[in-house]
Design a protein around this ligand. Structure first.
Ligand SMILES: [Zn+2]
Length: 417
């Protein structure tokens, strides 16, 4: 699955119709959550049935396309089943009890819309959204209409967007590079690999951080409920949007480059859940960038038929990558220095540990204990070649990582909200 996104160009009255559709979708989703809370044993099919009933009871719900109503019920169900899942797996901390949500999008399945041309889409339900012009560099004409599984309309700080979720994932044939790479993520640099190559944190993160702080300060100074406050909020929202786009762009390019040039990529298994909301804005922006980068690594891993391994992040910086001895160090110690004579940059040492751990996980078990879609491309021989070259790879000359150009328009990852 991947997503193509366009900006929508339409008349004010059409934007209002989109807002109305979004509101209706939100209504159905929240009603479904309510039903589940109130009625013990409510299942997915009950929610589908309920979304039908709502259409009989409320005119505005009836106006929304039936598949869009279903999709709203599915959204409710996905937050319910996530909750069940967390309970079953005995996840520590919050289990994510389903909440009522303010939604910013409405999703249609395979009806309720029609592509009139690669750059125009018509919504055919009774919400009267009508024909929308699509602005963007993608060419939908390249795909079959049956490949489009979902169409979403999204409201953002700077306007309305239309996403097309496509099912066909195009695989690319990439020659094995004979290289394995381990990545250690840090605040000092974006990542360090097992050869000691560092990729710096992008400048824009620092700049945006300053800007966000300033706008936030301005917003808090404005009188509540005033026009100026509203304007300031709008400006802040736009700035956030801009950072997230820059981050996305950076993550895509870098991930593509890394996966293209290695056969096995090992990195720490960082989860969104553990990326706590931090007071340090630089850190939280950085964490988000890292998480996105990881998702893209996995995306390109599948696409290029490479192996991606997420390893447990414990002790990777404390253990000696040469002899395995634990060498305690504080965050400020930048050099790893071991009794065995091994002296390395702290992050480089960690990156080697990550790569070793990744390879050992895969090597010993034979069945990989990892999600096969993420862990495996189709090319098995690539993997053994990569293992064979592992030893020589560790002492290879250092080649600086450079970003490839011309990939800024890569598809966006599925992101259920
Ligand atoms: Zn050592």
């Amino acid at each position: 699955m991947f997503v193509l996104e366009f900006k929508v160009k339409a008349k004010t009255q059409q934007y209002q119709a989109i807002d109305d559709a979004i509101r209706t979708a939100q209504f159905i989703r929240n009603k479904c959550v309510r039903l589940w809370m109130d009625t013990k044993g409510t299942g997915k099919n009950d929610l589908y049935r309920y979304s039908k009933e709502l259409a009989q009871d409320f005119k505005f719900a009836d106006e929304l396309n039936s598949t869009a109503r279903q999709a709203s019920a599915e959204r409710a169900w996905s937050s319910i089943s996530r909750f069940y899942d967390n309970c079953k797996r005995k996840v520590s901390g919050k289990k994510g009890y389903p909440q009522f949500k303010k939604s910013r999008s409405v999703e249609y399945k395979q009806s309720g819309w029609k592509l009139l041309s690669p750059k125009t889409v018509k919504f055919t339900d009774k919400k009267n959204i009508g024909v929308l012009k699509l602005v963007g560099t993608w060419d939908l004409g390249y795909f079959q209409e049956s490949d489009i599984k979902r169409v979403r309309l999204i409201r953002r700080a700077d306007g309305y967007y239309c996403q097309f979720v496509l099912s066909c994932d195009v695989k690319e044939d990439v020659k094995p590079s004979g290289k394995c790479i381990g990545l250690d993520v840090g605040l000092a640099s974006f990542y360090t690999d097992n050869n000691g190559n560092k990729v710096d944190n992008p400048q824009f993160l620092r700049k945006s951080e300053k800007r966000l702080k300033r706008l936030q300060r301005r917003l808090s100074k404005k009188k509540k409920g005033s026009k100026n406050r509203q304007k300031a909020r709008q400006r802040l929202a736009k700035a956030h949007l801009k950072v997230s786009r820059q981050r996305q762009d950076f993550a895509v390019k870098l991930a593509r480059c890394v996966v293209h040039s290695s056969d096995v990529i090992a990195y720490e298994d960082l989860r969104v859940k553990n990326l706590v909301k931090n007071h340090c804005l630089a850190k939280s922006i950085n964490d988000a960038a890292w998480y996105q980068f990881r998702e893209w690594i996995e995306y390109f891993g599948v696409k290029f038929g490479k192996i991606t391994i997420a390893v447990a992040p414990n002790y990777t910086s404390q253990n000696c990558s040469n002899c395995g001895e634990t060498v305690k160090k504080s965050l400020s110690t930048r050099t790893h220095q071991c009794k065995c004579g091994c002296v390395l940059d702290r992050d480089e040492n960690a990156a080697i540990n990550i790569l070793k751990r990744g390879l050992s996980t895969v090597g010993h078990t034979g069945t990989f204990g990892l999600d096969p879609i993420n862990a495996w491309g189709e090319n098995t021989s690539t993997f053994s070649e990569a293992i064979l070259s592992f030893a020589s790879n560790l002492c290879e000359p250092r080649i600086p990582v450079s970003l490839e150009r011309g990939v800024s328009t890569s598809p966006i990852h599925l992101n259920d909200s």
